[in-house]
Design a protein around this ligand. Structure first.
Ligand SMILES: [Zn+2]
Length: 442
């Protein structure tokens, strides 16, 4: 028997409508300042919160780039607050590729279709419907909540979470922990439903390689050619077989998968690790890149005429380093780049990793298993990043927990930034129940 409060039907009933309404605001964020911005969606969120008597604050980092924050008083305000955050922007959608209008939020075959359906207007709607229901019913969350809906996550959060942390840190006063995307969804492992709770994120290092050499006429002998230096460095860095380094999160995940599947876990045997990653099905897209650093060359630029050897040449590399190992990563990249190539940061953001334990983790596991008895919960590392990176600068420990019970055949990882992004209606309702339990008890 559970003594925990149940979500009233109203929250579950409105979550689908709220998700659809949010999708209908085109908040595409191409990252170059040409998008429509989040203002209209943010005003809609403000209305939803004011409706139940809350006093949200809307603020803009730049005209149209709006975020919303509201504090909800908890039963015990002496405890540290919990940040529950989402982002209002989405990546652009190329409509001709889609089966539906990406901003119409159609419901088809029991799913809500549209840009943002999983990233992350689903979670935004779940949070808003649960908070509204709690306030309407006169229930308090267990502790103070800081509910935040940020702008600009899809372009790195500089105009959203990053801006709020830098310019309005008092909004998060007293907060020590946070939950948001990308975790809490279920995957099928050997017929067993497993929820992946995100306890780690890789760090991000977008790097510029700058090769220098002696400029001159293309007809002469050149032993110090910047283009050659760059090409060799790009090839070395791009081909480098980064060794497996299992952080505690990834080790715990793979050990858990080994237990469920009966497959062998041998940290010294990369093939055994690959088999464990594969056993996660489509979620292996999220997990596959978390066993090691990665460096993918993405841009090249050099020269201005066929018969002129340029004095310099540049390339960009998308580097992703394991949390806690950024210095080792930098040293390795510099060594691979070689003596003629300088490595500069274009964008850099921290890696995160926290233990899969503690009261909040226990509460997340309990909330999921109360609604899905018999399910397993395992930790995992996201190969990308979230706004939890920005909040970590305030000492806030972030988890990815946007609970969704998904059918085993849905390629959930492929939905992120993908064509025909969609989320099951049942999963939204499930997530609402789980979140209500969590926020009532944690
Ligand atoms: Zn997202």
């Amino acid at each position: 028997m559970s003594a925990q409060p149940q979500a009233t039907p109203a929250a579950e009933d409105e979550v689908v409508d709220l998700c659809r309404e949010l999708i209908r605001f085109d908040t595409s964020n191409p990252g170059d300042g040409t998008g429509p911005g989040e203002r209209a969606a943010a005003e809609y969120v403000v209305g939803l919160l004011q409706d139940v008597g809350l006093e949200p604050e809307l603020f803009e980092s730049e005209p149209g780039r709006a975020s919303v924050v509201v504090r909800v008083e908890g039963a015990d305000s002496s405890r540290p607050a919990l940040v529950v955050h989402g982002h209002l922007d989405v990546v652009p959608a190329h409509a001709p590729d889609w089966s539906v209008d990406p901003f119409a939020a159609e419901v088809r075959d029991g799913l809500v279709w549209g840009r943002g359906a999983v990233d992350m207007k689903d979670m935004d709607a779940m949070v808003l419907s649960v908070v509204r229901q709690m306030v309407r019913a006169g229930r308090r969350p267990a502790r103070d909540l800081v509910v935040a809906m940020f702008a600009d996550e899809e372009a790195g959060g500089r105009l959203g979470a990053g801006w709020a942390v830098d310019h309005r840190p008092e909004l998060f006063h007293g907060a020590t922990e946070a939950i948001s995307e990308v975790g809490g969804f279920s995957v099928d492992v050997a017929g067993q439903r497993v929820y992946l709770l995100q306890t780690a994120e890789k760090g991000l290092g977008w790097l510029r390689l700058v090769a220098t050499g002696r400029a001159g006429h293309g007809s002469q002998v050149h032993t110090d050619n910047a283009v050659v230096h760059l090409a060799e460095a790009v090839a070395r860095i791009g081909r480098h077989p980064w060794p497996v380094q299992l952080t505690p999160t990834v080790r715990a995940l793979l050990e858990g998968v080994a237990e469920l599947t009966g497959l062998r876990f041998d940290p010294e045997d990369p093939a055994s690790l690959d088999a464990l990653v594969d056993a996660l099905g489509p979620a292996s897209r999220f997990v596959g890149a978390t066993l090691r650093h990665s460096t993918n060359p993405t841009r090249l630029a050099a020269g201005y005429k066929e018969n002129v050897v340029p004095g310099s040449a540049t390339a960009a590399v998308d580097g992703r380093f394991l949390p806690g190992l950024s210095q080792e990563f930098d040293e390795q990249v510099a060594a691979l780049a070689g003596p003629h190539v300088r490595v500069e940061d274009i964008v850099r953001d921290t890696g995160l990793e926290v233990p899969f334990e503690g009261a909040l983790v226990d509460a997340m596991v309990a909330a999921v298993t109360a609604e899905d008895p018999g399910a397993q919960v395992l930790p995992y590392m996201l190969s990308g990043g979230t706004d939890n990176k920005a909040l970590s600068r305030l000492g806030i420990t972030g988890y990815g927990f946007a609970p969704l019970r998904l059918p085993p055949d849905l390629d959930f990882a492929g939905m992120f930034h993908g064509v025909d992004e969609r989320v099951p209606v049942d999963a939204l309702r499930f997530g609402t129940r789980v979140l209500d339990r969590l926020l009532s008890t944690c």
